[in-house]
Design a protein around this ligand. Structure first.
Ligand SMILES: Cc1cc2nc3c(=O)[nH]c(=O)nc-3n(C[C@H](O)[C@H](O)[C@H](O)COP(=O)(O)OP(=O)(O)OC[C@H]3O[C@@H](n4cnc5c(N)ncnc54)[C@H](O)[C@@H]3O)c2cc1C
Length: 563
């Protein structure tokens, strides 16, 4: 590998004169950078995270934490904090389609309050309303709790150069104006859609860079539920003769609301008369104060590559979604989950040469799947048929409202809380997953059928009250043995390669049936790496495959490297 990427002429290459040295440098302190810092922290990896902004709270973009992100939080030990940050457990989470809040109800997707929801069968956790204003500080506090994780604010990445043994980055302290050189073994750009890291790497993004303009308005509205007859809900979707024109979502379960205006025209959004919009949505004058307004463009993009040598992209830097369906951050968290253990494996010395390449192979298709789903969610939301008679108090008007309501309910329940999009993604094909020759289960972004097909998320089952099988997947690999079969050769192979492996003998018949094979090897991120009826003939080959040093990886590298 030659030195490459943008760097001022006089910059320090090879890091000989670096001011700071760190194994991992994370650029960006949004939720993805923080999640990665926390994950590396628990894996005992020294990490420096730099964020250009001040350490202060911004209005919440993300409102909903997915079931899979909650499983990640469970691994970190912060799921309780995310559950109990303050959203009232008795607040109904319905989505209500209305002409206005005092007008016609077109349809309703009923979702019980947190207090009424039962456990879902597929996970020990469930999706949670936890806006970024609360979620990010929980992640940040957790990341900071590791003494070897350093978070620095008002520090901006300006440039970097990489060579075969590391990356040298130039950082600028925004307060003092001073620059400093940091030498890292790996750099991860979690620096959002406008990613400096991605631009410095010259990686293109594909997809729709501009779908439309949108405006988010954060409003304090005391006792809104007393001013209409539709009851408390998570969101109200406003539908007029022109179709869906806006929606209002509760942020804090008290009096903070978020109004989203959808329009193609930036100028019209700038001039939007919020008072008139609120009057139209509520159906009456209502007292409120505006806390914040945000104008943004809806996009749906995926980067051409998620990595280049020792530099990686994660979160919005790699893929940007229409926010509909709440997949943006939740998909990015899975990038961090996938990358964290792989970086740790390299730094701990047991990762093979091909391990990090699998980050791109695994996460790029998974992200593309989620961005496509987000776009579909958005189209469903705005697809309400345009009916001039929607307000009409006639049988025709009634029929129009009924038809629109039915359509919107049926379509949109595929968008909110579909377990399949979060739990159903399978890393297949992947160079570090050992296939077993069975056909890949059909991809379902809505429903979820548990499977141990290699590459799938290992399914949840309770082993004891409060103890999920997922709780076993924390640090190294886990070999689940649902039988009396010997596993000595896999254990010896792992030991000889320095791969951390815990073996668990599971007596539960329910778990054995769910896991489909007597032996299942699970990765540190909870995905199935291999399954079998008995130990493989060559256990060393298996262990080499899952640590990214399999014979096919070595062969591929040999043919692709210049002679
Ligand atoms: C209205 C709206 C609603 C949404 N709702 C949801 C939802 O419900 N669920 C969901 O999953 N997602 C949702 N999203 C998407 C979600 O907010 C994003 O996917 C998420 O914030 C991306 O996190 P990130 O860490 O990748 O990037 P960001 O949050 O953009 O963070 C990147 C950080 O990098 C910093 N940075 C940039 N360049 C540099 C540099 N050179 N040096 C140092 N620091 C730098 C920036 O200051 C920033 O703090 C929503 C988005 C919007 C707009």
């Amino acid at each position: 590998m030659n030195e490459r990427n943008s760097m001022p002429q006089n910059a320090i290459a090879n890091g000989n004169n670096a001011d700071i040295r760190t194994p991992v440098l994370i650029v960006g302190g949004g939720p993805i950078g923080l999640a990665l810092a926390a994950d590396l922290g628990r894996r005992r990896i020294e990490t420096l995270l730099v964020e250009q902004r001040e350490n202060k709270l911004n209005p919440a973009k993300m409102l909903e934490v997915s079931v899979r992100t909650m499983e990640f939080c469970r691994q970190l030990g912060i799921a309780g904090k995310v559950r109990n940050w303050g959203f009232p457990f008795d607040w109904p989470l319905d989505s209500v389609f209305v002409t206005d809040m005092r007008g016609y109800e077109l349809g309703r997707i009923c979702t019980p309050s947190l207090g009424e929801q039962a456990h879902i069968p597929s996970s020990p956790e469930r999706g949670m309303p936890c806006p970024q204003t609360w979620f990010d500080p929980i992640l940040q506090e957790h990341a900071r709790s590791y003494p070897h994780v350093t978070l620095r604010h008002r520090v901006k990445l300006e440039s970097f150069v990489q060579d075969p043994s590391g990356v040298t980055a130039t950082l600028k302290d925004e307060q003092s104006g001073k620059t400093e050189a940091v030498r890292a073994q790996y750099l991860v750009g979690c620096d959002g859609f406008g990613s400096t890291v991605r631009q410095l790497l010259g990686i293109d993004i594909r997809g729709a860079l501009h779908i439309d303009w949108a405006m988010t308005v954060y409003l304090r509205i005391p006792d809104l539920h007393l001013q209409h007859d539709k009851g408390k809900a998570f969101r109200y979707v406003f539908v007029g003769p022109e179709g869906t024109w806006s929606f209002l979502s509760i942020v804090d379960g008290k009096d903070l609301w978020r109004l989203q205006l959808v329009d193609l025209d930036e100028d019209r959004l700038h001039k939007a008369d919020i008072a008139a919009m609120m009057r139209r949505g509520v159906g009456a004058d209502v007292a409120y104060t505006i806390e914040h307004k945000d104008l943004w463009t809806r996009k749906s993009t995926v980067a051409d590559r998620f990595m280049d040598g020792r530099v990686f992209l994660a979160g919005d830097a790699a893929h940007a979604h229409p926010p509909n369906g709440g997949l943006g951050m939740n998909t990015g968290i899975q990038d961090a989950f996938d990358l964290g253990w792989k970086l740790a494996a390299m730094l701990d010395g047991w990762g093979g040469d091909g391990l990090l390449d699998s980050y791109d192979t695994e996460r790029r298709p998974a992200s593309a799947r989620a961005t496509e789903a987000s776009l579909r969610n958005y189209r469903r939301l705005i697809s309400a048929a345009q009916r001039a008679d929607i307000y009409s108090a006639t049988p025709e008007g009634e029929a129009a409202r009924h038809a629109i309501g039915e359509q919107m309910v049926e379509e949109n329940q595929k968008s909110w809380h579909p377990v399949g999009i979060h739990l159903g993604y399978i890393y297949h094909p992947s160079p570090i997953i050992a296939p077993d020759g069975t056909p890949r289960p059909e991809d379902d972004t809505f429903g979820y059928a548990p499977t141990t097909f290699p590459g799938a998320r290992a399914p949840h089952v309770w082993l004891a009250p409060g103890k999920s099988i997922l709780d076993l997947f924390r640090n190294g690999f886990v070999l689940l043995n649902f039988s009396e079969r010997p596993v000595d050769s896999i254990m010896r192979a792992a030991e000889s390669r320095g791969v951390p492996l815990n073996v668990h003998r599971i007596a539960s018949r329910e778990a054995a049936a769910l896991y489909e094979r007597p032996l299942v090897l699970v990765r540190p991120d909870g995905h199935v790496a291999w399954r079998g009826d008995a130990e493989p003939a060559d256990a060393l080959d298996l262990i080499d495959t899952v640590r990214g040093a399999g014979p096919h990886i070595a062969a591929r590298r040999a043919t692709s490297s210049p002679s």
